[in-house]
Design a protein around this ligand. Structure first.
Ligand code: ADP
Ligand code: SR1
Ligand code: MG
Length: 408
């Protein structure tokens, strides 16, 4: 079928003829409800009328940016990359990816498991839920997806094939280049200009050439460094969670990019949540849990990444017997420290872009009281600046925690 934008009626007609969907629902009548809350796409919950327990999610990309409207064209091929990334990540570590029932690149459509007992993590964090398994789950997810798609594991030809399969995701990479690394740090029509106007803090950020020069270095890394297959937008709105399970959804920004970008995105979003609780709830117990979680995520990531590496004796990078054991171990230690440094730099850009750029986060932009919001923005910019300016000097996770604690 040629591409057609579906609605809640036509999606039922379309899915009723698909074998995998018939296998799941049997002869039940189906009903669709649009539940998308994201910036880009349409997400439908498809349910059985006879059995409300039976539901699937159907997500379709449209050839424009949903949150702006049809005037902002954006190729629907982004769904092709989301499908490929979901399949690739599922093949590496299925526990953290929803089951996929049906995909159509032609229709820019994916049908997947409905995560009925899970919520978007950002909401849970705002409501001060402590997810005790999260650091373990997400560190495994990041270590596995990054390691097994890198030149530390793949052969040279396989790695280049992976790049070929993902790096056509040009429009979404460009969106990140513009929104995360450029427009949010200068006067631009896409910014939250109601807040930028007559705002001395925004003026200071836009004129901060030292910060902007370092951010440009990180942008260049983002544009050129093909380390591993990234999710590309790993914020807490792309994680669905409950007490015992963690799922990563929405990898439409996937491409082969720098190791530190996903880790940095997650770090930035956990810190933004910490700032929310510093300014709004002032709950010291929850803030301590967030800091501990950040520490565990980063430390467990390093440990697991190195463990995967220790099981792999040859790859595109390393020919067996090339280095002696001592030299190899010190090389690996330096390698993982560099990932940490780079993650901190990207986290700084990701935090700063959420202050005045398009697509703010609920933790900060959602604060209704003006003075409190300004305080949260100031704290976010202070941490972001230090992350960006000092990232290459960071040697341990504790130093990152110090920067966060000292700003609030
Ligand atoms: P977008 O690409 O537009 O950001 P998302 O993939 O983030 O879309 O999905 C938007 C929303 O739809 C999510 O925030 C979540 O509430 C809901 N959603 C997406 N996938 C699932 C799923 N598998 N199970 C349950 N809800 C989902
Ligand atoms: C206009 S799209 C804005 C942002 O939403 C996505 O989640 C990405 O973070 C993107 O930069
Ligand atoms: Mg989303």
């Amino acid at each position: 079928m040629n591409y057609k934008k579906l609605d809640k009626i036509s999606i039922i007609e379309y899915l009723s003829n698909i074998k995998e969907i018939i296998d799941y629902f049997g002869s039940d009548d189906l009903v669709a409800q649009e539940i998308g809350d994201g910036n880009l796409n349409y997400v439908y919950k498809i349910s059985s009328v006879q059995n409300q327990e039976k539901s699937l999610i159907a997500k379709q990309a449209v050839p424009y940016l949903r949150c702006v409207g049809e005037e902002f064209a954006l190729g629907r091929q982004r769904m092709t990359y989301e499908i490929r990334a979901l399949q690739k990540f599922y093949s590496i570590y299925p526990n953290f990816i929803p089951n996929i029932y049906y995909v159509s690149e032609e229709m820019s459509l994916v049908v997947m498991e409905y995560l009925s007992n899970h919520i978007i993590m950002r909401k849970g964090l705002i409501n001060m839920v402590k997810y005790k398994n999260f650091s373990d789950h997400i560190s495994t997810y990041m270590a596995a997806t990054l390691f097994y798609t890198s030149s530390l594991y793949l052969g040279s030809i396989q790695k280049r094939e992976l790049i070929d399969r993902f790096n056509g995701n040009a429009e979404l990479c460009k969106l990140t280049e513009d929104l995360v690394f450029s427009f949010a740090f200068m006067e631009h029509e896409t910014n939250d200009n109601k807040n930028v106007k007559n705002n001395p803090q925004a003026k200071k950020l836009f004129g901060d050439m030292e910060f902007k020069e370092r951010a440009l270095e990180l942008k260049y890394k983002f544009m050129t460094q093909s380390d591993a297959l990234l999710h590309g937008d790993l914020h807490t709105g792309s994680i669905m969670i409950n007490e015992s399970q963690t799922y990563v959804i929405d990898p439409e920004f996937a491409f082969v990019g720098p190791f530190g970008f996903d880790i940095g995105a997650l770090l930035a979003n956990l810190v933004n949540n910490y700032i929310h609780h510093t300014v709004v709830t002032k709950d010291e117990d929850y803030k301590a849990w967030l800091l501990l979680t950040i520490k565990e995520v980063l430390e467990k990531f390093s440990e697991k990444f190195l463990n995967f590496w220790s099981e792999c004796k040859k790859s595109a990078l390393l020919v067996e017997g090339y280095l002696d054991e001592i030299t190899l171990n010190s090389y690996k230690k330096r390698f993982i420290k560099n990932i940490l440094k780079e993650s901190v730099g990207f986290a700084g850009c990701k935090m700063a872009r959420r202050v005045y750029g398009v697509a703010g986060v609920e933790e900060i932009r959602g604060i209704e009281e003006r003075a409190l919001r300004a305080e949260a923005e100031k704290t976010a910019l202070k941490i972001a600046r230090e992350f960006v300016m000092e990232h290459d000097k960071i040697d341990s996770v504790d130093e990152i925690l110090e920067i966060i604690k000292n700003a609030g």
